[in-house]
Design a protein around this ligand. Structure first.
Ligand SMILES: [Zn+2]
Ligand SMILES: [Zn+2]
Length: 264
């Protein structure tokens, strides 16, 4: 009875997340080249030929770059909502009709022994959505690429054993940095990305005693640093009485290095 996952890659250059149970081996997003995805699977000791399906969150290239390639190579069904399909289809190359499936917005589905619930996020894509996974009493929530964390999202993702949660930028690094103002405004806006501080504050509302591990994700290479992200989030959680480093572990993620398979 195991639920295991790895963040294969996370960041603006490419995102891919892997989660498995006894019956399902699922890739969420394929924002890396086919070669890099294969390399990532090799590093975590998973045979990509055993994948059962791919879920897609939204059509930004850092989430779908290798999608067509990997789906063809392993003949995998792809699940996405209707608007995302429309927005990304032209970039995927040729797929057969039996590879295209719908996973609706705010829908709960069961694949084998894994329950998956989608939820919408505020982000500048066609109809972006992320997922919570449940298996055998365990829950994992994947939450990145969002401008802010709404109460509705908090309800869906709360009380999970593990989180992969966006901690995109440090607000002062972004403000002081070299990005043009329109890009800064996009990142800081309601359809952009969540800062270290907003990540931490959202976490204080949703984590519970059962939460053991948090992976900080989608870290900006220009406007954040791993140590800074961990420290900022850790400070806020500690102020709120959480024992970070003891009962609750904070980890970072990397655009090039997969996290070791974690048994939830
Ligand atoms: Zn992204
Ligand atoms: Zn995005």
């Amino acid at each position: 009875m195991t639920l295991r996952f790895s963040v294969l890659a996370s960041g603006s250059t490419g995102n891919a997340f892997y989660i498995e149970t006894e019956q399902e081996k699922i890739l969420v997003d394929a924002g890396l080249s086919g070669k890099r995805l294969d390399q990532g699977f090799k590093e975590i000791g998973v045979n990509p030929k055993e994948l059962t399906k791919i879920l897609v969150t939204h059509e930004h290239s850092d989430h779908i770059k290798g999608l067509g390639i990997i789906a063809r190579k392993y003949n995998l069904p792809i699940y996405a909502n209707e608007k995302t399909w429309k927005a990304m289809e032209g970039y995927l190359g040729k797929l057969s009709i039996d590879q295209k499936f719908h996973f609706g917005m705010e829908e709960a589905r069961k694949f084998g022994d894994l329950d998956i619930e989608s939820f919408g996020v505020s982000h500048d894509a066609a109809d972006p959505m992320f997922y919570s996974f449940r298996h055998d009493g365990k829950k994992v929530s994947l939450v990145t690429d969002l401008g802010y964390v709404s109460e509705r999202i908090k309800k869906t993702v709360e009380d999970a054993d593990a989180y992969i949660f966006e901690s995109n930028h440090d607000v002062s690094m972004l403000r002081m940095g070299r990005y043009p103002w329109n890009i800064k405004r996009r990142i800081l806006g309601d359809s952009g990305h969540v800062s270290n501080e907003d990540c931490a504050l959202a976490l204080t509302d949703i984590i519970t005693d059962r939460t053991k591990r948090i992976y900080l994700a989608h870290l900006s290479q220009d406007n954040n640093m791993k140590d800074l992200a961990r420290m900022s989030v850790s400070n806020v959680l500690t102020e709120h009485g959480y024992e970070v480093g003891r009962r609750l572990e904070l980890h970072d993620t990397d655009p090039k290095q997969p996290t070791a398979l974690y048994v939830v």
